[in-house]
Design a protein around this ligand. Structure first.
Ligand code: AMP
Ligand code: MG
Length: 419
């Protein structure tokens, strides 16, 4: 049981610094164990062990051109005026080698990807050859080894091809397949349980009606979790009832629990005391804006994040605390995944010493302007904004003209700006 007292309706006696919470989460979160993943599903996953090549690639000398496999030395002196004539003794195709051995004065027709037959050490390209009546005239010499992919020139058996911690790219998965691998050992993806609370909430797809609003946080959080490599478990919207929320917090399937709403100190805010009761409420109340009622704790092996219901606060608390932890559990970097740009501020940003601010800004003409209407409940502020500027705790604000780093919401450059 946590020694933290029930702060409901009394307000936060003190708030933790963002950095304190971050340090706590860094200490508490370790990558999950490995699991085998089919190679075809591996792009985007994180390798849990070094991958060694068990075979040479290519495993046979391979024609790199369409043409004729020859013994290079045979072709020395060949020219357009004085072409060399070789006997064509057969053909090698990709997947179908030529069974015999090539002797002096002989050639084998080959296609790209075919094995180069024994006795040949070069491929003379089709463009400088003319075949007629079982013979080929070669009008250019070819050096030994030319146009032949040597055994293991790509990957050598025993070599480390990809290292632990690598976030697999599409082409990495291609290489794993080339090596003959069916599965690869990856860090398990964190399983994330959404606990969406609020009597006022209607499910996604409903029309807002009277004083009831549509749950938007689950949509946003699901996408953020997917971005960070987590897997969302099935969930429902829960009413603000202690027993129901208790049951949700007692479920054991997840690695991470994201509680949306009811995270503060109001009388309907059931989650914080429940987390304290069922496990430990390690932090509740953070010196930041928005999302000061955010918190986090642990129940058995699960990390629980208390995300305020206000959509901007929910986004902000996710980005500061839940996102890095989910990425770290999945073996990724804790760092924020956003692209960053440095631009000057059009207008000053006011903050307060001792508080970390997450300020939405619009970038226009190469300068950042704080979004005017930007309360924590104004989700559209995050839609209008190009990204966010973080004002660290030790600053009172940032003056007009100051260079700021903007964490961009878009991964890609807008159309027209792409080079
Ligand atoms: P709470 O954190 O539960 O006190 O909620 C703060 C505000 O956020 C209230 O206006 C709620 O209606 C709103 N809110 C809570 N949960 C959600 C949600 N899932 N989607 C959109 N708004 C929400
Ligand atoms: Mg609520």
């Amino acid at each position: 049981m946590s020694k933290m007292r029930d702060v409901r309706m009394r307000g936060f006696a003190e708030r933790a610094d963002v950095e304190e919470v971050e340090r706590f989460l860094e200490r508490s979160v370790r990558p999950l164990p490995a699991e085998p993943v089919p190679v075809g599903e591996s792009p985007g996953r994180v390798l849990a062990a070094d991958v060694f090549a068990e075979v040479d690639i290519p495993g046979f000398p391979r024609a790199a051109m369409d043409g004729y496999a020859v013994c290079g030395e045979d072709t020395f002196g060949a020219s357009g005026y004085d072409p060399l004539s070789l006997e064509v003794i057969g053909e090698a195709l990709p997947g179908h080698g030529f069974r015999g051995k090539l002797g002096t004065g002989q050639a084998v027709r080959v296609m790209t990807g075919a094995p180069v037959p024994d006795g040949a050490d070069a491929v003379v390209m089709a463009e400088v050859c003319e075949e007629r009546d079982g013979r080929v005239e070669v009008s250019e010499p070819v050096a030994p080894r030319k146009n032949v992919g040597a055994v293991a020139e790509d990957i050598r058996r025993g070599e480390v091809v990809l290292r632990t911690g690598r976030r697999l790219r599409p082409q990495d998965a291609g290489v794993l397949a080339s090596l003959g691998m069916a599965v690869v050992s990856c860090v398990r993806r964190p399983r994330v349980q959404l606990v969406i609370t609020g009597d006022e909430l209607l499910p996604v797809g409903s029309r807002p009606e009277g004083c009831r609003i549509v749950d938007s946080n689950s949509v946003m959080l699901s996408a953020l979790v997917a971005r960070d490599g987590g897997e969302i478990l099935p969930f429902e919207i829960l009413p603000d009832r202690v027993q129901v929320i208790r049951q949700a917090l007692e479920r054991k399937e997840a690695d991470v629990v994201l509680v949306s709403g009811g995270s503060s100190v109001g009388k309907e805010d059931h989650a914080p005391p429940l987390v304290a009761e069922l496990g430990s409420l390690d932090f509740h109340g953070v010196a930041m804006r928005p999302s000061s009622p955010a918190g986090c704790g642990r129940i058995d092996g699960r990390i629980v994040f208390l995300l305020p219901g206000n959509p901007v606060s929910c986004l902000c608390a996710y980005e500061f605390f839940a996102g890095p932890s989910i990425r770290a559990l999945g073996g990724r970097s804790r760092a924020w995944p956003h692209r960053r740009v440095r631009v000057p501020l059009v207008r000053k940003i006011a903050s307060a010493i001792g508080r970390t601010d997450y300020v939405r800004v619009v970038i226009e003409d190469g300068r950042a302007a704080p979004v005017a209407i930007s309360g924590a409940s104004i989700l559209s502020s995050t839609v209008r904004a190009s990204g966010a500027v973080i004002v660290p705790r030790e600053l009172e604000g940032m003056p007009e003209g100051a260079e700021v780093e903007v964490l961009l919401y878009d991964d890609e450059l807008p159309l027209g700006e792409a080079s």
